[in-house]
Design a protein around this ligand. Structure first.
Ligand code: KIV
Length: 280
């Protein structure tokens, strides 16, 4: 009997049995191929559950809001990303683990970015980093790639720039914005990004970027034409209170947890728990 999980291809099985993971070049080869499945992950146990289904796991700086209840991603530190990144690597075996470079860890220039990214990869064992921003960071992407660090780009709504964008709103509505974001994606691809996240843009822009660049695009509120899709895992599982329009809820985990904890609470109060089988 085969031990191959349902979602695993023969090629993946060979790689897994050889102890390998998907790599940035593997994802790059998926341009216009089988859609890339990606979710965020922040903990070892969740990574273990997601791993058989996902090609890549993003340790997103969205952990600011999701895990720490912070108002934005701006206060996230490199140390926070390293702690959660290492947990996600420990919990997964097959997926490429990508770690977000937090605000203030790369914007000064390529050297600062290399120091931060190389430290993150060394501390965690992850396979790539993600940087928010467009053409302004093309030099940094090329610098990291030349030094052995694969970079995923991120254009459109870039939450670390919430103050200059004036809020968390869809991008690319004006002609000027549309063509600027397209130019940003082209600059990142030219610089050597192995994939580009396209977040919260008008659908025509998500499609246009996907058709224009030779690396895979990973959409989040972008277009079904993208080469892959990503969501914040807590959003799609129904753990977060408010979600953007681009989120589809596949579960109501918060509701289920509420029901389970209400049952536990009632059984403790009535002394129905612990039962005989729970005792030594
Ligand atoms: O931080 C994050 O979770 C992200 C995704 C929304 C793409 O950047």
């Amino acid at each position: 009997m085969s031990a191959r999980p349902d979602t695993e291809t023969r090629e993946d099985e060979i790689r897994r049995s050889a102890g390998g993971r998907l790599t940035a070049p593997d994802l790059l080869r998926r341009k216009r191929g089988e859609p890339i499945v990606m979710l965020t992950a922040y903990t070892a146990r969740m990574a273990e559950i997601l791993d058989p289904h996902c090609d890549a796991l993003l340790v997103g700086d969205s952990l600011a809001q999701v895990i720490y209840g912070l108002p934005s991603t701006l206060p996230v530190s490199l140390e926070m990303m390293a702690t959660h990144g290492a947990a996600v690597v420990r919990g997964s075996r097959r997926a490429l683990v990508v770690i977000d470079m937090p605000f203030r860890s790369y914007e000064e220039g390529p050297e600062q970015a290399f120091r931060s990214a190389s430290w993150l990869l060394r501390e965690t064992g992850a396979g790539a980093v993600k940087i928010e921003g467009g053409a302004a960071f093309a030099e940094t992407v090329a610098f990291l790639k030349a030094r052995g660090i694969p970079v995923m780009g991120h254009v459109g709504l870039t939450p670390q720039s919430v103050h200059t964008l004036g809020g968390y709103k869809a991008q690319g509505r004006s002609n000027e914005d549309f063509s600027q974001i397209l130019q940003d994606a082209l600059a990142l691809e030219k610089a050597g990004a192995f994939a580009i996240v396209v977040e919260a843009v008008v659908e025509a822009l998500g499609r246009s970027i996907t058709e224009s660049v030779e690396c895979p695009t990973i959409g989040i509120g972008a277009s079904p034409a993208c080469d892959g899709q990503i969501l914040v895992v807590d959003d799609m599982l129904g753990m977060t209170k408010r979600v953007a329009r681009f989120v589809k809820r596949y579960e109501d985990l918060a509701g289920r947890i509420d029901a389970a904890v209400a049952a536990y609470s009632a059984s403790v109060r009535s002394r129905a728990f612990p039962e005989h089988g729970n005792l030594y």
